[in-house]
Write a protein that binds this ligand. Structure first.
Ligand SMILES: [Zn+2]
Length: 325
């Protein structure tokens, strides 16, 4: 049998390790993974020069722009960037323009993306104003999960309103979809921001004082408590600090349905890089101390981090250079 394409001289990543091998592809299917001698004849043979060959990667945390934010990025450039990095499925966050938070806005966003994406795209929604409409966002709109920003209101639920949050978690639990949580406590953030403003400082270091590791930890603990009461499955986005790791591991040890992710920037950069790179390295949550980064690596090596995610969220350089308050 002659297949369409053989990719040879690759290091093939498999669940059992990395092997020097190649792939045979016929039509749209991989028909064989084997050492070169065992690969079938092909219409075309291509050498991968010993490069690593991975399955398509999945990035569950991206902010594709498009729609009202197309000046930052559109669906084509965003998904092309994913494809260039080997990512074949991305999950799109809801803080868009308009915010994805209803059947209409999910459908509108899917329609805007249609024909303009080069990888698979799944869509998150924010919780709607009327919690009872959450079901239709999933069942009719096709959203795969909810995203909850605990730092500020995005969508219909004010994160300071525990009663409403509790209803939202219960709704997600009954729909059997997870809630991805941006864990920063809104009240602590507000207090610390007011304090920083009073101090009159407006440099990057003053900015970093506000979203502290304690702000992350407090939000994780609150989300865990609410989710546990509601029976909801939660996913903690972009874990960034040692205190955050501690809060998630406490919940995991109790057997709660919780997962967590880290981003490459929180693993590979520290606050020292922010000081040398400047505003372009401002991310949310911010880059942390060496001690925090070490703790993320320890958690990763211990098999405790479930997901790598990029938190891809492009801005224009001017936007990152604005005054921080
Ligand atoms: Zn994000």
């Amino acid at each position: 049998m002659t297949v369409d394409l053989v990719l040879k001289d690759a290091k093939v990543f498999t669940p059992n390790g990395i092997f020097e091998a190649g792939l045979a592809i016929d039509g749209d299917r991989i028909v064989k993974v084997a050492r070169e001698a065992n690969l079938p004849p092909a219409s075309e043979r291509m050498s991968l020069d010993g490069n690593l060959l991975l399955p398509g990667l999945v990035d569950i945390h991206v902010h594709l722009r498009g729609q009202g934010l197309s000046y930052k990025e559109d669906f084509y450039t965003g998904t092309a960037a994913a494809a260039a990095g080997g990512v074949t499925t991305v999950a799109d966050m809801p803080n868009n323009m308009p915010v994805t938070m209803s059947v209409e806005t999910v459908k509108e966003r899917m329609k805007a993306a249609e024909g303009d994406v080069v990888v698979n795209v799944a869509f998150y929604s924010a919780f709607p104003e009327k919690i009872e409409e959450a079901a239709s966002i999933v069942l009719e709109g096709g959203a795969v999960a909810f995203k909850l920003f605990m730092s500020k209101k995005v969508g219909g639920v004010d994160p300071r309103d525990s009663q409403l949050l509790s209803r939202a978690f219960k709704e997600a639990a009954s729909l059997q979809v997870p809630v991805a949580v941006h864990a920063e406590d809104p009240n602590l953030l507000e207090e610390r921001r007011a304090e920083a403003l009073r101090s009159g400082k407006s440099d990057v270091e003053a900015y970093l004082e506000v979203p502290s590791p304690g702000v992350e930890e407090a939000a994780i603990e609150r989300a865990v408590k609410l989710a546990e009461e509601a029976g909801a499955r939660i996913h903690i986005c972009h874990l960034s600090s040692s205190r955050g790791v501690r809060a998630v591991s406490a919940a995991k040890r109790r057997g709660l349905p919780i997962s967590c992710e880290v981003t490459p920037h929180h693993l590979l950069l520290t606050v020292e890089d922010l000081k040398s790179i400047g505003a372009a390295a401002l991310v949310n949550p911010p880059l942390r101390s060496r001690r925090d980064v070490d703790s993320l690596w320890r958690a990763l090596r211990a098999g405790f981090i479930d997901v790598f995610a990029s938190d891809h969220a492009p801005h224009r350089l001017e936007e990152k250079s604005l005054p921080i308050w």
